[in-house]
Design a protein around this ligand. Structure first.
Ligand code: PEP
Ligand code: MG
Length: 508
């Protein structure tokens, strides 16, 4: 209990400084829960009466309390149930020494089977040992799928495993391209699959070699292919596949993968370490995009009702300005070495952007007055991922140096079809086509004002839409690093066919 208490005290202090006292209060409440005499007595009595080990009893007692709260149905009790799980997990972690949901400790060549992977689960994933991911739930646009694609880890969803199939210690082949898994493969399959993997990698490298010096230009405008990243591990592929820069840097894993908020120096050091090779190339850093299915495990901000319609992205940051200010200071410091651009997530009102500019100016002034440095203005752009942002594009453009189209969320909000919900994936898919005219109108308006546009949702990496996107005037694509060769090849051939009836460079 002592260790759990001191962890909570540290967390409380840090959240008070970096967010506010209001949010820190929750950890005070958790401390009280740990001190609750009746709870301690219940645990002691159960150990004595049932002769079970302390870990088991703690789990039983906390589960019982959680279920009682859930049974009450009211929102207040539901939230309280989450607090109980949280405190129970903290205590168990101290007792057992590990976190039940911690994927940072994996045996070599592990295949992860899960009902569903939450962003906070994948944030700590040991990508050196994770060879593949298989989930029962989850769709192509879930964050787990995006992360897996980014790291080139085979990911197969919608697999149902019968309860009596014992998978531990079994050999398994996960074919992400076919969406299949083979349990206990035949010797022949064990031989052919490693060869297939090598062949696929070689094909990608060949495309890059052949296309590397071919300028991608349409109507005299250069087409850039950037990389979407969210961790250090993806940068190897960014280099290997010759990305034009980083089109979307999701910074959430630096928050979600930790048991507390990173300090300004910690965040700076982590980002700076990953950006080392990116001097001279544009990097679009996104402000923390918390909300929806992405929560901070150490902050009880889970919205139980309609999380996708709540305090997401910039709304959350504007409610917690210290968190926003800290990130802006980090991005300003990084702009000394790198061509930093700031992406603002979940913008719905022009005033969201206006307020970000105010905070940025304030931080610039603060650093200049403290004699630290006079930073020059960093370009700031809105992520267009809500219908409201598209509808108010004229007003938004007044505050944008660029636009970044986040079609993953845009499609879900336009179609009222959750990006993770398999039951409505047909509706979601139909939305990809449906939004194109609206994107075209926004791109045209931006171009008229000399403002660049980039698409960074998964649509950018979907070869079925590359031609459509080029035709509506998209000039910047930001995709998962592993997809760069295929997208470059596709862009090259679309442009080539449009300019000439002859066949394009052979790059298969
Ligand atoms: C998007 O919504 O398209 C996007 C790129 O952001 P994320 O997938 O992180 O929500
Ligand atoms: Mg989004």
């Amino acid at each position: 209990m002592g260790k759990a208490h001191s962890d909570l005290a540290k967390l409380k202090l840090q959240v008070t400084t970096d967010i506010d006292e209001e949010h820190a209060k929750i950890f005070g409440a958790h401390q009280m829960m740990l001190k609750d005499i009746s709870l301690i007595k219940e645990i002691e009595d159960e150990i004595r009466s049932k002769l079970l080990n302390v870990e088991q009893v703690v789990q039983n007692v906390f589960q019982r309390h959680e279920q009682n709260m859930r049974g009450a149905k009211s929102n207040v009790f539901q939230e309280r149930a989450n607090d109980i799980i949280d405190v129970g997990r903290r205590l168990l972690k101290v007792l057992v020494g590990v976190n039940k949901n911690d994927l940072s400790i994996l045996p070599k060549n592990a295949v992860i089977f899960a009902q569903r992977l939450l962003p906070s689960d994948t944030a700590t994933l040991n990508i050196n040992n994770a060879k593949a991911i298989v989930t029962v739930e989850g769709a192509q646009n879930s964050h787990a799928a995006i992360l897996a694609r980014a790291l080139d880890i085979p990911f197969v969803a919608k697999i149902s495993i019968k309860n009596d199939v014992f998978l531990s210690e079994q050999r398994i082949i996960v074919d992400g391209e076919k969406g299949e898994i083979i349990i206990n493969p035949a010797p022949e399959e064990l031989k052919t699959y490693p060869e297939l993997i090598k062949k696929r990698l070689k094909a990608k490298q060949k495309i890059i070699r052949e296309i590397q010096d071919v300028p991608l230009k349409k109507d005299n405008q250069t087409i850039h292919v950037y990389a979407n990243v969210s961790s250090h591990s993806e940068f190897k592929m960014v280099k290997m596949f010759n990305a034009d820069g980083i089109g979307l840097y999701r910074t959430e894993p630096y928050y979600m993968g930790s048991s507390r908020l990173p300090t300004e120096d910690e965040l700076y050091t982590k980002l700076e370490k990953t950006l080392k090779d990116m001097t001279g190339q544009k990097v679009f850093l996104r402000l923390l995009d918390i909300g929806g299915d992405k929560t901070l495990p150490f902050l009880n901000i889970v919205e139980l009702k309609d999380p996708a319609l709540g305090l997401n992205g910039i709304r959350f940051l504007l409610k917690h300005p210290r968190l926003l200010q800290l990130q802006l200071r980090v991005f300003l410091r990084l702009s000394e070495k790198y061509k930093v651009n700031i992406i603002v997530p979940m913008v719905t009102l022009a005033s969201d952007m206006r307020r970000v500019h105010q905070y940025l100016d304030q931080e610039e002034r603060r650093l200049a007055n403290a004699g630290i440095k006079n930073y020059s203005k960093i370009p700031v752009g809105a992520m267009i991922e809500t219908p409201a942002a598209l509808l108010s594009i004229d007003e938004l453009l007044d505050y944008c140096d660029f636009l970044s189209f986040g079609t993953n969320d845009l499609v879900q909000y336009v179609m009222a079809a959750g990006r993770e919900k398999i039951e409505v994936s047909d509706y979601y898919e139909a939305g990809n086509k449906m939004i194109l005219p609206a994107l075209e109108a926004a791109i045209q308006k931006a171009k008229n004002r000399g403002i660049e546009c980039c698409i960074c949702g998964e649509l950018a990496g979907n070869l079925r839409y590359t031609e459509d996107l080029l035709n509506i005037g998209m000039t910047n694509f930001s995709v998962q690093p592993a997809l760069i060769p295929a997208i470059k090849k596709k862009i090259h051939s679309v442009i080539w066919y449009q300019n000439s009836p002859k066949s394009p460079v052979s790059v298969t």
